[in-house]
Design a binder for this molecule. Structure first.
Ligand code: SF4
Length: 70
């Protein structure tokens, strides 16, 4: 699957999901804090709806408490 198709698919999927609560005030190591073309699909996937699979989210959530989901 080409990148554009993958991104379009991920954009479509993320519309139905909740964004990661940390996207409002991301950490320095968050994928969405430094967006490059190579990381676009990662931001869309993790930050845009699959944040519970994100290692950064899991680590921060355990160590900084649960934040309200948007
Ligand atoms: S999904 Fe991960 S990278 Fe994205 S904002 Fe949440 S913690 Fe940061």
């Amino acid at each position: 699957m080409k990148n554009k198709e993958k991104i379009a698919e991920l954009k479509g999927n993320t519309c139905k999901k909740k964004f990661c609560p940390f996207t409002r005030d991301p950490f320095e190591d968050c994928y969405c804090a430094e967006t490059t073309t190579l990381k676009t699909w990662i931001v869309l996937y993790y930050c845009g709806g699959h944040f519970e699979e994100c290692e950064i989210y899991r680590y921060k959530n355990q160590n900084q408490g649960n934040r309200e989901v948007l």
